[in-house]
Design a protein around this ligand. Structure first.
Ligand code: HC0
Ligand code: SF4
Length: 562
């Protein structure tokens, strides 16, 4: 607690972690590449440099604020210093901006414009390192890397994966997977969080939009799209709206304009998941086998568990994720009609998540070479498709989902936020309990952005303990404690990305905790205004269980997790 003087003006500080945050509080947007409030402080880019009253300079991210401290943010010395750093980075950077995925949203480009960099005094080195296209989810272009280390830290500190690190020394320094291997050959779980923090185009989403165009241009295809819960509260950010603003009607309309035949809600399939997963949970509670039950809908988490805790894979629910359930059900639903009409059904998913691309390609999620889901595009790719097609988002008339798979309960929709799956399953298990106040207390525990959330409730007289974690580092810590016998749970929801799908690696960037909260709020609002509160009250889901799923239950489950 204290007061600092920034450019001659007094600023009080209290919780601010460093001088940089105090300067920003004073209304000065100091530039930085390597500072993220949620990651450890690296202090390498030095763009946030300030001058003290004695003429000394320091990186403001790396200093604690002190009472009476006086700093200047725009002296000739720091201005010159920042410009020189930018020129040095640009001299070493691939300047193929017109064809870059991040153009217009690149933090390096933005700062070059902001600081009026026109002539670069250094020779253009223009690295020519190979581009890594091995992953199904992301592309790494080391020629555009500015060595801020944000990806290295998020992968290690938030995800507990450590797939990326600094390699080589001096001017040969790069960021790469160990031993310069391709990213697909290491323990990367495809979460895309590295891409979400990368300030340039050095890590981008693998773009599958061409596959969408090919499908909608092919008259022999019946093109069906499903839209994940979290997409509807984030896509708007690409078109100037606030985080959390719901644009689902426009998204449906945009997909129809692009040529998709039918548009459905992944939250419908989430309702199926709730019913199947609750059943599985109650069965395990009775037998006592494979507890705790871990949720299975997050493919980043499933791959993490396979890599790190192979002995716990049987604890993961056998339920396919809603994305995959939906694909399997749609293909079954249209099987006979396709045969009659000589068509092929293509399932396209619009997801907030880069790992869903890898999930859809898993061997056990295809049958006789036919995948449950054919193409996965992220929220970001959908925004690109909309722009490419020349669709003016603002002017789109809202449309509703098609039927019969367009109706979802509020429970299905909140899947997109951390705690949502748990809340939906508990709502289902407590369906006969009229005690709303107990449910309200329970749900206040499962919502929010705490790393670990816990709740206890009763099923048929038995006390059940739940944990919710998001960010795989938190999951890693929790599982180690469970293995050591320090903690005990019956049900554990794990989502790889901090905040859940709303903050997936395929969502618009930049992203921070406030935005995550706003996006989650958008989903909870949809839940409140939904006519159907719990999954088993979704009449269309229930009739599906009576109909094609009656003898086809295996469509919803997966048993081999290689
Ligand atoms: Fe999610 Fe899902 S909630 S993982 O976060 O379960 O991606 O939004 O679509 O599959 O429904 C993502 C989001 C989904 C699935 C659903 C689940
Ligand atoms: Fe690490 Fe996720 Fe990036 Fe893979 S996709 S390198 S796991 S942050």
């Amino acid at each position: 607690k204290g007061t600092m003087i920034v450019d001659g003006r007094k600023v009080e500080f209290d919780q601010e972690k460093n001088v940089l945050e105090v300067v920003r509080k004073a209304g000065i947007n100091l530039p930085t590449f390597c500072y993220h409030s949620e990651l450890s402080i690296y202090g390498a880019c030095r763009m946030c440099i300030v001058e003290d009253k004695w003429g000394g300079t320091f990186a403001s991210c790396s200093q604690l604020p002190k009472d009476g401290m006086e700093v200047f943010t725009n002296t000739p010395k720091v201005q010159k210093y920042r410009k020189t750093i930018l020129e040095m980075i640009l001299a070493n950077h691939d300047r193929d901006c017109t064809a870059c995925d991040r153009t217009g949203k690149c933090e390096l480009q933005e700062l070059a414009i902001r600081f009026g960099i026109k002539d670069i005094r250094f020779d253009h080195i223009g690295k020519r390192l190979p581009i890594d296209k091995s992953s199904l989810s992301i592309i790494r272009n080391p020629n555009k890397c500015i060595l801020c280390g944000d990806c290295v830290r998020v992968c290690e500190e938030v995800q507990g994966v450590g797939a990326l690190s600094f390699a080589h020394r001096g001017s040969n320094m790069t960021v790469s997977p160990a031993f310069d291997r391709d990213i697909a050959e290491v323990n990367c779980i495809n979460c895309g969080q590295c891409r979400a923090v990368c300030p340039t185009g050095a890590i981008i989403i693998k773009n599958d939009n061409q596959k969408v165009w090919e499908a909608v241009h092919d008259k022999s295809k019946r093109v069906i799209a499903q839209i994940a819960p979290a997409v509807r509260v984030a896509l708007g950010e690409e078109f100037g709206l606030n985080p959390g603003e719901v644009t689902i009607g426009k998204i449906v309309s945009a997909l129809k304009t692009l040529g998709v035949d039918e548009v459905y809600d992944t939250a419908f399939a989430a309702d199926m998941t709730v019913i199947e997963e609750s059943k599985e949970f109650v069965e395990r509670l009775i037998t006592g086998e494979n507890l705790p039950l871990f949720t299975s809908c997050c493919p980043g988490w499933v791959k993490f568990a396979e890599n790190k805790f192979p002995d716990m894979v049987d604890n993961i629910s056998t339920c396919k994720s809603p994305q995959q359930m939906f694909g399997a059900v749609i293909k079954e639903y249209y099987k006979n009609k396709d045969k009659k009409e000589g068509k092929e059904t293509i399932m396209i998913s619009v997801m907030p998540c880069t790992a869903k691309k890898a999930e859809a390609a898993r061997e056990e999620l295809q049958h006789n070479g036919i995948r449950d889901v054919d193409v996965v595009i992220t929220t970001q790719e959908l925004a690109l498709l909309i722009r490419e097609a020349g669709i003016i988002f603002d002017q789109l008339e809202e449309e509703s989902f098609d039927m019969p798979f367009g109706l979802a309960s509020g429970s299905g929709i909140i899947f997109g936020a951390t705690g949502g799956v748990t809340e939906a399953v508990v709502t289902r298990l407590l369906r006969d309990k009229p005690d709303h106040s107990a449910k309200d207390i329970l749900f206040s525990n499962v919502r929010g952005m705490d790393n670990l959330k816990e709740a206890v409730f009763n099923v048929d007289g038995k006390e059940v303990k739940i944990a919710i974690v998001h960010g795989l580092k938190s999951a890693d810590k929790l599982i180690k404690q469970i293995k050591a016998g320090e903690r005990h749970y019956d049900f554990i929801e794990v989502m790889a990305c901090p905040g859940g799908c709303i903050a997936g690696g395929g969502q618009p960037v930049p992203m921070n905790t406030e935005m995550r909260k706003e996006r989650a709020k958008g989903l909870y609002k949809l839940d409140r205004t939904s006519h159907i509160k719990s999954s088993e009250k979704n009449p269309l889901v229930m009739s599906l269980f009576e109909d094609i799923l009656k003898d086809n239950h295996e469509l919803l489950h997966v048993h081999k997790k290689a």
